[in-house]
Design a binder for this molecule. Structure first.
Ligand code: NOJ
Length: 752
């Protein structure tokens, strides 16, 4: 291996070569970890301070822009050994050109890392992460990450800035689209699935990517839901709600972690020794690399935490940041700080070791061009495997919010023999917007529109399309055509929602109803008296009270990616039975935010007969649609819930069983959810906490007994002393079809 590196590394010094040869001779006796350590030690011993800082620098290529500033000089910096890592550089040809500069024109020939935001697909786009989380199917989610890695790595990418695991309980925040919703238990399971999916079992496999869990920490809780805003919460809330998914990713061996833009506990995350060293390294024993978010080192000046950029760079390194993304602050100032004794070379070496470690694990020292194969690029991108999975994952992500009868019969699914469909709305014949936020290099020309999907799925039906209106603006001139179509059709199918730029980064909204005049369009369609199906296609939970009250059939389809149109057509026809369940609460209005199922009870829980209890005067406390909610074209009946014991000791499992029967007339899948409640604690506990879930498929009439095990480990929380442990006492356990529709039993935890 090392000899191969030597062959490819023109400017490696003789001394380094000697060390390598010695090492190569002795490697038979040494473990892989020792080999890695020796290799990196030897390389570091050869590096100048500038070269070390170069390895700690990540710059964007000119290929695409994902932040406010650009650095045009990156190629020259690579050549000088000042930039060891590049992001937003794509295609085998382009990345080979850059890699050649690093390997053949720099003194030590250290290969580059190529980072990219492969969030829900690379060119073939899968549903946005929030949508996919509604599948509650971690096997499917893992496969999505694996395929996204396969496609991106075929185009020369080695490192993805994914998964984003930030919990969000505020749908005003545009980046809620990128996460797994509001619950730490589910989000942790999904975080693990994604890390494993991206990285596979072996990072050096050229079909895998190094993952990067982000954003450490609590980026999903900006005040008032405004992106980049201050985060202010108790340490208890952080540890119980926001922290677990990052920790889960670390447990799944994530190769890297990204800091967040926000401050937490009064300190910008990029300068937080508590987050990046005490928690991450000392408590979690994290061995991977830490990179900042885009320019977040110099942003510490605006935060009012760093005096100037040099100070900011020192704060970042001292906190535990290994790599500077796009700030170039390490590049500009770290050498001076070293000379002044503000940082030490030992710190530099630690950071460089982690960067080189990642490159080593990716197999780049063995073959810097291993990800750069034109034939593979042509073969993998948009391959059948990608396109098929894009359809499967899209179908699993759709949530049926309502399906009432119109004039005596349920609106959905639509009969395949239906004579005519009026198809209306800005997302009905659109390709690009279905790709959703952060859609990497998604190819919009390959997206199946809803119109195409319906034409294929309903070949004998007249599909009468009229856009009706745009996403934004006040123009209603298209309403007439939409109305005329509706009046002479059997059903109206509406595709309304958000553009892809209305969610995602820097896309917070204070009004999360349908933008523009879309709601007016829905009202006009309902007024025709025709059965109406509204498909809400958005990057966030929206406020839909009028639609909920007046429209008989509602599907929340989110932004579903490349196969969006095929997926929704399958669902509309009943070819696929929807099985998604919400992973974030849908508020009735913005005033209810933050609203989430696992709230505390308060000392004055709501009582309709007592005005001095916790409530609003103008809206119920309950959400429009709760966490875990989602309907099916069939029905499921829960019965005979049992716990096998009334008391359990520490470490002893409680078995919870329940029967679920498909009582409808078609096959369906149900996500069975288990929650617990600690009735009395040394600190108050939420009314419910998700502790298990199982997705099962049932034929019509079929009944299954589902079993969960709960142990004292599942009942742990941060006690009054901030110890993570369970406390003896009484508990409730709930099983049900959503967080608001459950059966319950009681048990006691005894001992200790
Ligand atoms: C800023 C975003 O916050 C982060 O998630 C992303 O990975 C970087 N830009 C790079 O594009």
């Amino acid at each position: 291996m090392i000899m191969k590196t030597l062959r490819k590394t023109l400017w490696v010094s003789l001394a380094l070569g000697m060390a390598f040869v010695f090492f190569a001779c002795s490697q038979q006796q040494t473990s892989p970890n020792t080999q890695k350590k020796q290799f990196i030690d030897s390389l570091i011993s050869e590096m100048t301070v500038e070269e070390k800082i170069g390895q700690m620098t990540l710059l964007t290529s000119g290929w695409s822009q994902t932040g406010p500033t650009m650095n045009d000089n990156y190629m020259e910096m690579i050549r000088k050994g000042q930039c060891g890592n590049v992001f937003n550089a794509l295609t085998v040809d382009y990345n080979r050109k850059l890699q050649k500069i690093a390997v053949e024109e720099t003194r030590l020939g250290i290969p580059l890392l190529f980072g990219y935001d492969v969030i829900h697909g690379f060119k073939t786009i899968f549903p946005i992460p929030l949508a996919e989380s509604c599948s509650w199917d971690t096997t499917m989610i893992r496969k999505t990450a694996r395929l996204a890695s396969k496609e991106a790595s075929a185009s020369g990418v080695t490192w993805t800035f994914n998964p984003m695991v930030d919990i969000s309980r505020d749908p005003r925040w545009g980046r809620i689209a990128e996460g797994a919703g509001e619950d730490p238990f589910l989000a942790s399971a999904i975080a693990k699935a994604k890390v494993k999916g991206h990285q596979g079992g072996d990072l050096s496999d050229s079909q895998t990517l190094a993952a990067c869990v982000k954003h450490m920490a609590a980026y999903g809780a900006p005040i008032a839901g405004r992106d980049y805003n201050t985060v202010d919460m108790s340490k208890r809330r952080f540890k119980e709600v926001y922290m677990p998914p990052y920790k889960a990713a670390v447990e799944a061996d994530v190769a890297s972690m990204m800091t967040s833009f926000n401050e937490l506990f009064g300190i910008p995350a990029t300068g937080s020794h508590y987050l990046l060293t005490e928690l991450l390294r000392d408590q979690w024993n994290y061995k991977g690399m830490v990179v900042t978010d885009y320019t977040s080192i110099p942003e510490m000046i605006d935060h009012g935490y760093a005096r100037d950029e040099k100070h900011a760079a020192e704060l970042a390194l001292n906190a535990g940041v290994d790599m500077d993304m796009q700030g170039a602050s390490y590049h500009e100032y770290l050498k001076k700080s070293l000379e002044e004794g503000k940082v030490t070379e030992k710190q530099l070496n630690k950071a460089v070791r982690r960067v080189l470690g990642m490159k080593y694990d990716l197999g780049l020292f063995e073959d810097p061009y291993r990800y750069l194969d034109n034939e593979r690029e042509d073969r993998i991108i948009h391959s059948q495997e990608m396109m098929e999975h894009a359809l499967e994952s899209a179908k699993e992500s759709v949530v049926l919010l309502k399906n009432d009868a119109h004039r005596g019969s349920k609106v959905l699914p639509l009969s395949k023999d239906i004579g005519s469909i009026a198809l209306v709305g800005p997302l009905a014949d659109n390709q690009r917007e279905h790709l959703g936020a952060w859609h990497a290099s998604g190819t919009d020309s390959l997206v199946t529109t809803v119109r195409k999907g319906l034409e294929k799925e309903f070949p004998n039906t007249a599909i009468r399309y009229a856009q009706g209106c745009d996403f934004t603006g006040n123009d209603k001139s298209g309403f007439d055509q939409a109305l005329a179509n509706a009046q002479r059709s059997d059903v109206v199918v509406m595709a309304v929602g958000e553009k892809h730029t209305q969610s995602g980064e820097a896309a917070s909204r204070s009004d999360i109803g349908l933008p523009g005049v879309q709601l007016d369009l829905v009202k006009e369609m309902v007024a025709t008296g025709k059965p109406v199906v509204v498909m809400v296609m958005a990057g966030r939970p929206m406020t839909l009270p009028w639609i909920d009250e007046n429209v008989p059939a509602i599907l929340n389809t989110w932004h579903l990616g490349t196969r969006a149109g095929d997926a929704v057509a399958d669902i509309l026809s009943g070819q696929t039975n929807p099985s998604g369940k919400l992973t974030s609460t849908f508020p009735r209005n913005v005033g209810q935010i933050p609203i989430y199922y696992s709230h505390k009870k308060t000392g004055r829980p709501y009582d309709p007969n007592d005005g001095y209890t916790s409530r609003y005067l103008d809206v119920p406390n309950s959400p429009l649609y709760p966490f875990g909610y989602g309907l099916s074209y069939t029905t499921f009946e829960y019965s005979n819930m049992q716990v096998d014991k009334e008391k359990i000791g520490f470490g002893e499992p409680l078995t919870v069983t329940v029967n679920i029967k498909n009582t409808g007339d078609r096959k369906g899948e149900e996500v069975v959810q288990l929650y617990t409640r600690d009735m009395v604690g040394s600190v108050t506990r939420p009314v419910k906490e998700l502790k298990g879930f199982r997705k099962i498929a049932l034929e019509p009439g079929q009944e299954r007994r589902v079993q969960f095990n709960v142990s004292s480990d599942d009942l742990r929380f941060y006690t009054a002393d901030m110890e993570y442990q369970a406390e003896p006492g009484k508990f409730k356990v709930f099983v049900g079809t959503s967080s608001a529709d459950v059966m319950e039993k009681s048990f006691e935890l005894v001992g200790k």
